[in-house]
Design a protein around this ligand. Structure first.
Ligand SMILES: CC(C)(COP(=O)(O)OP(=O)(O)OC[C@H]1O[C@@H](n2cnc3c(N)ncnc32)[C@H](O)[C@@H]1OP(=O)(O)O)[C@@H](O)C(=O)NCCC(=O)NCCS
Length: 182
């Protein structure tokens, strides 16, 4: 896709971000979550990216800071949530472009792992590994056994995955049970 531009979302892009989130999901829960996360100090440093087609914002992705429970020397790890593409622009590879650009930036910033709770048939296309729980990384809230595969990790460095294990603690705004039910 040569006509899609991806760049960091600025404060002045807030209305565009909200519009993408509301249209993609068809309700306001994710838009409200994003709005809270953008003000959440425990989520920093955040990576928030917008995809544009011409002047129109058509996709948004957010990565927020996370830690490993009880580990002061926790590696720099992130949660991907949410990813949103406006309905008429879905299935054109824009979600994948946002994921790849986010992972590239995170790696450049020294991040070591990225976690996501999401579609089991979608994120593995972009290198996420299913069932991070079985690799020693429990989700912030327990994931039912039948959805264990939906809790995934993208290792940006093989060292971190092997060096540290433990429960992932997410930013405060995400750290509520309603965000961890599929
Ligand atoms: C899920 C979503 C982010 C994917 O973005 P996208 O730009 O459409 O995805 P891509 O073009 O990179 O990849 C398309 C592939 O993803 C798959 N896909 C798209 N939506 C999917 C879904 N809801 N479940 C499973 N797979 C899905 C399709 O199989 C498609 O492949 P195909 O066209 O070969 O069949 C987008 O559809 C969306 O915003 N949906 C509504 C919000 C949402 O559910 N977000 C995810 C939160 S974890």
């Amino acid at each position: 896709m040569h006509d899609i531009l991806i760049r960091d979302a600025e404060r002045s892009d807030f209305d565009d971000v909200m519009q993408v989130e509301k249209e993609a999901f068809g309700y306001e829960k994710e838009a409200n979550l994003v709005s809270q996360l953008l003000e959440d100090e425990s989520a920093e440093p955040i990576i928030s990216l917008l995809a544009f087609k011409g002047d129109e914002a058509v996709g948004h992705i957010l990565f927020t800071r996370a830690t490993i429970d009880g580990n002061n020397g926790s590696p720099l790890i992130y949660l991907l949530a949410p990813l949103a593409i406006k309905p008429e622009y879905q299935r054109q590879g824009i979600g994948g472009m946002l994921i790849n650009e986010g992972l590239r930036k995170l790696k450049a910033n020294g991040a070591e792992m990225v976690f996501v709770l999401g579609h089991e048939s979608y994120y593995p296309r972009y290198g996420f590994k299913q069932d991070a729980g079985s690799m020693g990384f429990a989700a912030p809230y327990p994931i039912p056994e039948e959805h264990a595969g939906a809790w995934m990790v993208y290792p940006l460095s093989s060292k971190a995955v092997n060096r540290i294990k433990g429960r992932v603690v997410c930013a405060d705004a995400l750290n509520k049970p309603e965000h961890w039910r599929e």
